[in-house]
Design a protein around this ligand. Structure first.
Ligand code: G6P
Length: 659
């Protein structure tokens, strides 16, 4: 879950490209960072520092790196070895410099082999060992490309690796199996990074590297010729250096080291989308972006004239060709309707916040389509030997599209013969590329480690999915469909109203932080929202919080209640409201302090609550998207009141690309 960046070219400063890129990747890990550049003098220079990227920037002031045209950088989330400067990347062995995201599983074996050969190992990491293997190989082959080619088959595990060699400053090698890696295409320059966000300031053209592929980037300067696009009649007046133009050649190889044709994709995210735009934190900005995010998620799938859900364009690319233009529609492509009609069971698989979205969807799909739904945490699903068949639909939810367990789960589901449908925010991400069918959250880049807008967007998509399944199964009539769609279309303005609670929570935070624990309770669709609310508090405020089904309280958690325990009760006025209120009374009778969230001016609840928040009156199916907003704000303000780093909570990372 580290972030890596590389640069080869002369138009930009490698140091600047790498530091800027790492800043955008800090969400992937932030316990130490480092950079290595082959300076114009020919010397390979490395600077590393423990702590966040700001520590590396300070270190660079004392120990400046001179300009060059090739460099690599890394921001770390420790797996092997404590966070320290010694364990920070880049790792050096001889004249080889390397950054690695992932885990080398056979590292003990490699370590022993290297120690036996008398190699001096400086860090506790698995990554340094790979640098040594390559360094030993390059001594023999005198080619960094051949050295990597020989070492790659010896590695087991998950990795994205960038390598450079001091002896050859015009070559950069990248290879991966597991964690994501993209190539950014510039004019005569090439960028590499763990994701596109790191490079949006420089390019919008990307090549997504697939597992087992190897990339050879070569840089050269060529004399301008009259036939080249860069030629001008003024060329002869230019200095010798100015008469040269830069060429950066990217060659891709598959697992068998055969050359393959790269596919270049253009991303329409602009660089300003990944700035804070005046907000104190990315998370707050993303909370405020939710009204727009839900509208963007819904827009491509609602036919406003007919008031119908439209998932027809999604379709299922049964052979997983991903290139819709090349599909032979009869052989390779099945329409959404064709697939949905035959679905007997749905599995929803995800991790973290995305998993709670899946749990809400169980209620949507079972009610609207009368199809049995099982939800699973991806790390459980992949190891429990699941039983799947062709008429079962496996839906994976992942903001990043890179979560290692979810990726493994979708691969397993495909191998077992099920139809797969991914709901991702990041297009072309690994999970997206793996699926037969594709839906998108469409919420724009999400940077804060704790997921917010991607959660509400996925709920909208899942709600629409339940309607499409319900129609395909002929259990949902058009009148009901219209009611659901109207509720979704009303969401943005209703959410705007709830954002007004921001001030309320920033004031309440000082009192709320004195509680020793929080119990979040709900029934029906509010139960997964209770769990999501508790997760937000754990992630951000580092306070103990539990999400529980309100009706299950009497089977254990009631014992926890005393006046230091806050009870966050989700009680929208839906068909289980009366039962929820009984549970609230049980908690209150035992001294718990109540924070309640219900619909409208609920005087009954206001009387018994320390804090009362009102949600706008809405259809049951959109209550989860509304009720989660105050819970996000509460966690955000509590964490801020406790002076925690909201965007980068301790020990966590946004995209978990290791098991
Ligand atoms: C990490 C993040 C969570 C996120 C989860 C799943 O734990 O901190 O915010 O919900 O991963 O991520 P995904 O990208 O698969 O939705």
């Amino acid at each position: 879950m580290c972030g890596i960046v590389g640069y080869l070219g002369e138009q930009n400063s490698p140091r600047e490209v790498i530091i800027n890129g790492l800043k955008k990747l800090e969400y992937r890990g932030y316990d130490s960072a480092g950079i290595a550049v082959i300076q114009n003098s020919g010397e390979l220079k490395r600077v590393r520092a423990q702590g966040k990227l700001t520590e590396l920037e300070k270190a660079l002031e004392y120990e400046p790196i001179q300009e060059g045209h090739i460099g690599i950088g890394h921001t770390r989330w420790a797996t092997h070895g404590v966070p320290s400067e010694r364990n920070a990347h880049p790792h050096h062995a001889g004249k080889v410099s390397l950054v690695h995201n992932g885990i080398i599983e056979n590292y003990l074996e490699i370590r022993e082999q290297l120690l036996e050969a008398g190699v001096k190992i400086e860090s506790d990491t698995d990554s340094e060992l790979v640098a040594h293997l390559i360094s030993r190989e390059v001594e023999k082959t005198k080619s960094i490309f051949s050295a990597v080619k020989n070492v790659k088959p010896q590695l087991k595990g998950a990795y994205s690796i960038l390598v450079l060699w001091e002896e050859s400053p015009n070559e950069l090698i990248a290879f991966k199996d597991g964690p994501p890696l993209v190539i950014g295409i510039g004019e005569g320059e090439t960028y590499l990074a763990s994701d596109v966000q790191a490079l949006l300031n420089y390019t919008q053209k990307f090549i997504y590297i697939n597992d087992q592929e190897l990339v050879h980037v070569q840089f050269s300067k060529v004399q301008k010729q009259p036939s080249t696009a860069n030629f001008t009649t003024e060329t002869s007046k230019l200095s010798k250096e100015e008469q040269l133009y830069h060429v950066s050649k990217v060659t891709l190889y598959n697992q068998r080291f055969e050359k393959i044709e790269p596919k270049v994709a253009t991303i329409n995210w602009s660089a300003d989308l990944i700035e804070k735009q005046g907000y104190a934190h990315y998370m707050l900005k993303e909370i405020y972006e939710q009204p727009r995010a839900v509208a963007q998620a819904a827009a491509p799938h609602i036919d406003l004239e007919k008031m119908e859900v439209q998932l027809d364009k999604v379709g299922f690319d049964i052979n997983n060709l991903m290139d819709l233009e090349k599909l032979d529609s009869k052989k390779d492509f099945q329409s959404t309707l064709e697939v949905f009609k035959n679905i007997q069971k749905v599995y929803i698989i995800a991790c973290g916040t995305s998993y709670y979205a899946g749990q809400v969807a169980k209620y949507f799909i079972e009610k609207n389509a009368r199809i049995n739904v099982e939800t699973d945490i991806a790390s459980e699903f992949r190891y429990r030997n699941p039983i799947l068949s062709a008429n079962e639909l496996v839906v994976t939810i992942s903001q990043s599209g890179e979560t290692a367990d979810t990726l493994a789960a979708i691969r397993l589901a495909k191998n077992l013969g099920a139809k797969t449908l991914s709901i991702c925010n990041v297009k072309n991400s690994s999970i997206d590329r793996e699926a037969h069918g594709h839906l998108y959250m469409n919420s724009g880049p999400e940077i804060g480690v704790a997921s917010t807008k991607a959660f509400v967007s996925s709920l909208v998509i899942l709600n629409l999915l339940s309607l499409a399944l319900g129609k395909a199964k002929k259990v949902l009539n058009h009148d009901d469909e219209v009611i659901f769609l109207r509720a979704i279309l009303g969401l943005p303005s209703q959410m705007e109203g709830i954002l007004a609670y921001d001030k309320y929570f920033s004031e309440a935070a000082q009192k709320l932080k004195k509680f020793k624990g929080f119990l979040y309770l709900g029934r029906g669709v509010s139960f997964p929202i209770a769990m999501e609310g508790a997760l937000k508090l754990k992630e951000l405020a580092y306070m103990h919080a539990e999400g529980y089904a309100a009706g299950e309280m009497k089977h254990g958690p009631l014992a926890l209640i005393d006046p230091q325990m806050a009870i966050v009760m989700l009680a929208p006025q839906d068909d289980v409201y009366e039962k929820t209120i009984s549970n609230l009374e049980e908690a209150r009778a035992r001294g718990g302090k109540i924070i309640s969230i219900s619909t409208g001016e609920n005087t009954q609840l206001q009387k018994v609550s320390e804090y009362y928040l009102s949600l706008p009156k809405a259809h049951w199916s959109v209550n989860p998207m509304l009720a989660v907003v105050p819970l996000q704000l509460m966690a955000y303000h509590l964490a801020s009141a406790l002076n925690h780093d909201v965007d980068q909570p301790r020990n966590l990372a946004k995209s978990v690309t290791v098991e």
